[in-house]
Design a binder for this molecule. Sequence first.
Ligand code: BGC
Length: 545
Amino acid sequence: MANPQHLMGTADLSLIEAPVTWRAYMICGFASFGGLLNESILFGYDSGYISGVLAMDYVTEHFGHAVPKDDTNPNGFIIPSSRKSLITSILSAGTFIGALIGGGISERIGRRSTIMLSCLVFAIGVAVQIAAVNTGALVAGRLVAGLGVGGVSATVILYVSEISPRKVRGLLVSVYQWAITIGLLVSSGVDQGCKDLNSRSSYQIPIGLQFIWATILAAGLFLLPESPRYYVRSGRMDDALRSLERVRGQPGSNPAIQAELAEIKANFEYEKQIASTSWIDCFKGGLSPHGNLRRVIAGTCLQMFQQWTGINFIFYYGTTFFKSVGLKNPFLISTIMNIVNVVTTPASFYMIEKFGRRTLLIWGAVSMCICEFIVAIVGVTKTGSQTASTCLIVFTCLYIASFATTWGPAAWVVIGEIYPLPIRAKGVALATASNWLWNCVIAVITPYIVDDDKGNLKVKVFFVWGSALFLCLLFAYFVIPETKGLTLEQVDKMLEESTPTTSAKWRPHDTFAHEMGIIEKDEPNVSMEEHHGKMTAVTEPVGPV
Ligand code: BGC
């Protein structure tokens, strides 16, 4: 095996990433789908189940208080908006803190161990919730479970972005989003199945099932390699080489493996000259091309805007909302929304690599904005009729399909790509924490602005989401660069040399390994088969290293 201390650098752009074999695809695919599916199920599951659980008769009776029976409260109990908000949003508060803690820990103990540790914390939170007989214990359990989910959600994005081959990185991170949607669907199905159980099982079963996802995820992670970029960051070059061999399915003697490792190392050294690795360094450099702050603002705002699309209004309050606007069978409609979310997300696997992240974000904002204004206008002007109800359902479905193919996956893909290695874990953690923070803020304020006894906005709330989407559009256009097809190191260079509006035209033209002067020689028998950022290396070994 080649000595990783004497890595071969190269200026040949076609060598910048090892050729990807099927074995390598399988490993990354398992990490993204096997790991992500389960992680995201607990992410999606936890967010989703609560909407249905809070509408259950048994739950309103035991966690709410008595009110006179009427059409909206046929069982004579209600959970006040403030308590609903607390139970729903405490999870997001926990995840916010968990994501930040996870970002710090994953730089010390590694991405893989952080995910496994977070699963353990999550499982403890689940146990507390199952044992809960009052609101206090339920809230405490959700807080602890949230810490675990936050740690997992920030670290899995980081892990998959770091191990995926550049050409399918967008696809593999989008699988994460797909897994979230499956989690939401499963939770909605379990709610349906449990809603008529008139006992503590009505909420214990949905909560308890989450143990399964945490266990599978933690167990699966034992079999997967640590991120090579984490090892480079920790100065463990031997381990980095071994990890790269596994994720690319190539021997360490392969020049492409050597070159990829050299490039990761050179990029790390280069970035460390500009800023170091602490939390403070995330905010250094202002808005200049080298500035970390600029990237942190882009990532945190992207996740904030993703929440302001209003998507979780459907998934958290869907059942309650559809009931309040007089639609029959609100549980069923919620399930339909979830199915639309699941079946349309895979289209993004293709779209994110074909059209790019920036394009999806821009057009996704346009289409969601149109759908939401139609829902708002129809809801306000034509309530009650069958046509109006059909229109509300159809355009809500179209809105969800737009989200599922654009902002849902693209927001996660972009935050895994835009940070330099010294602060990547912290950058992803800050962006993920922002997702959970705004998720929480929206969960808290929604009942106040929508419910009958408060702001009573009802369907007019779609005017709020529609207007927010206009801001999302401006943000995507002016702030988000195009990152498709580039290695993480090339993204770093592109961010220094282009603006968001010119980024799609930027092409790789040099390597950090070359610039940092660690080149030994170029490899003449490696062909540049595709131009414009679509390079393919010859898969045969290209001479001794
Ligand atoms: C969002 C979640 C949302 C889910 C819906 C994710 O990308 O971050 O807040 O519940 O998509 O599919």
